[in-house]
Design a protein around this ligand. Sequence first.
Ligand SMILES: Cc1ncc(C[n+]2csc(CCOP(=O)(O)OP(=O)(O)O)c2C)c(N)n1
Length: 642
Amino acid sequence: MSNTPDHPDNRTILETIDSPSAIKRLTIPQLEALAAEIRERLIHSVSKTGGHIGPNLGVVELTIAMHYVFDTPTDSFVFDVSHQAYVHKLLTGREKLFHTIRQPGGLNGFMLRTESPHDSYGAGHAGTALSAALGMAVARDMSGGTEHIVALAGDAAFTNGISFEALNNIAAQTKRLIVVLNDNAWSIDKNVGAIAEYFHRIVTNPTIAGLHDRASGLIGRIGGKTARHLQRKAEEAAKGLIGPGMLFEEFGLTYFGPIDGHNLPLLIDTFKFLKQQNRPVILHAITQKSRGFQPAIEQQKKFHGLGPYDASTGETKPSGQKTYSEIFAESLSKLANTNDKVVAITAAMPNGTALDLFRPLHPTRYFDVGIAEEHAVIFAAGMATKGYRPFCAIYSTFLQRAFDQVVHDVCLQTLPVVFCMDRGGLSGDDGPTHHGLFDISYLRSVPNLIHMVPKDEDELQDMMYTALLHPGPSAIRYPRGIGPGTPLKAHPVALEIGKAEVIRSSVSGGEDVAIFGLGAMLPEALRLAAMLEREGLSVAVINPRFAKPVDSECIATYGHRCGLLITMEDHVLAGGFGSAVLESVNTQELAISILRIGWPDEFIEHGKPDALRVKYGLTAEAALERARPYLAALLSKRMVAH
Ligand SMILES: Cc1ncc(C[n+]2csc(CCOP(=O)(O)OP(=O)(O)O)c2C)c(N)n1
C-alpha cells in the first residue's frame, strides 16, 4: 500500500497510476515498490486469464523506466511481437481493465492501435519493431517533429531477417532512434544461432561485465551528469574490447551496455542520457525472463505463454488428450524411423509445434532456425534438392511470412517440402495476429502444391504419410489443441490425391443436400445434416480431405444429384475451400446452388472459439438458418420426384 502524502488512501501505487504522467511523480523507492506490485498483479491476474507471463515479468523495470523518462503518446514505443506489453498496458490507463486481458470483449494480449493512443503500433508477429520504429522516426524527421521513438525488441527478434533489414537502413535514414535490446537469452525455447551466441559472449565477457558494474556503481553513488559521463566512458571503452567490430556499431548504431535491465535508477539515468543523443543508439539491457516467479524461472518454456495456472505453485491442469501438435510430432518421429531422409524444421517454435518431442529421438535431423520463417522454407528447399524430405512445422499465421519462398523456391521447382501448418483455423485468445484463417486462400493459388485438411488425428498421420510419398510440395493444416480423439492406426495409409471421403450418403443416391465439412468443421456438418433431416430432407456428408485439388468428380456427382451444396470451413470465405468448390462448379458448368459457411471478410477479434463461431455464424444452427430459403424449393422438388 502507498503511504505517501500523495496517496493517503488505501490504494496501491499501481492503482494510482491512471496515466504515465503519474509515474513521473514517484521517487525511486516508490518506483521500486511499483515494480513489485506490478509483478504481483501480473502473476495473479495472468494466472486466471492465461497469457505471456514470463516475457512481461522480465520487462517490468524497463517499461517503468521508459515511461518515467519518455512521454507517450507523444513519444512512441514500438514493442516487437508486443506480447511483453502488459506492463505498458498497466501503466497507460488500463489497470482497471487488466483482468479482462485476452477475455472476450476485453483487452487484447498484444499492442493494438485501436485500444489506446499509447499503443502506437500493433504486432503479434516477430521482427517488426525496428522497421516500424524507423518508419516513424523518418516520418517525424520529415515533418520536423521532435518526439522520441523507442523500439523494444527481444534477443530472439534479432534472429529475424527483418530486424537486420531495418538495421541496414537505420543509420542512413535517421539520427534519432532508440533501440532497446531486451536480452534474456530466451526465445520461447532457448534462443539459437550465432546472434544468440554473440549476445552471450558480450554478456559473459568479464572485462565488460566489470566495466558495467563500475558504471552502475558510479551512477548509484554520484548520480547526475558526471555519472552519465563516466558511464559513457566506461561503455565506450568496453566497445573497443568486444572485438569483432561490434555488430551494431558496424550498422551505424552507437551501442550502450550491457546494463542490468532490472536496475531502475540505472535504467532511468541511461534513458535520460540516450534521449539527448543525436545519433541512433542501441541499449543492450540484460533481463531475466519470468523474474519474481520461481515456478516460471524453473520452466521458462512453459511460462513464456500459457493458459491459466496456480498463482502460488505454477501448476496447470493436466492436459489429458494429445493435441494435434503432439500427434504431428509423434507421427513425424515414426516416419523418420523408417525413412532416414525425413528432417524436421521449426522457426523458433519447438514447443508450440511439439517438435521438442521429435528432437531427442532424431537430434541430427531436427533444425530450429530461429524466428526465420523465410529462411526455414528456403533452407528446406535446399535440403529437398539433395533428396531430403523436409517437414516444415510452421503455424498457419507465421507461414504468411514465407509466401514468396513457398512460391518461388518450393513450388516453382516442385520440391517435395511438406508444410505442416499448426493452428490452422481460429486460434482464440491470441486474436487476429494469430488466427490461421488465410492459408487455403494464399496456398491454393500456387501451382504444384497440394493442400490437405484432416478430419481427425488418424487422418493427420495418413496425410503426413501421403505427403512423404508425394513427389511435389504439400501442405497440411490442422487446428490448435485437441481433435476428436480418434486412435491412430498402427501404420498410416496413403490417401489418393484429390479424393474426398463420403462420410454418409443414401444408398438410393437421392440426396437433396450435400454438405462438405472441411477438417474441424466436419462435426458441425454432421450436426447440420441431422437438423436438415429433421426438416424432411435427405443429406449426404463429405469429408473433402483436399482443399487443393478439390475432388471435382465428387462435386459433380452431388452437383447433379442434389439441389444444394453446403461448404463449411474454419477459414475465410474469400478464396477458401468453398470458393474452390464454386470454381469447380463453374468450370464443370453444374447447375447447383451453393451455400458457403466460413469466416467473413474481416479480421476476427480475440475470444473463445466457440463463442466466436456462434457470433460469426459458423455453426450448424446458423447454417440451417442460411439454408432455410432453399428448403421449401428442395422439399417440393423432393415431392415431385417421389
Ligand atoms: C513471425 C513469428 N514467428 C514466431 C512467433 C512466435 N513467437 C512469439 S514470441 C517468440 C519469442 C520471442 O523472443 P524474444 O524476442 O527474445 O522475446 P522474449 O519473449 O524473450 O521477451 C516467438 C518465437 C512470432 N510471434 N512471430
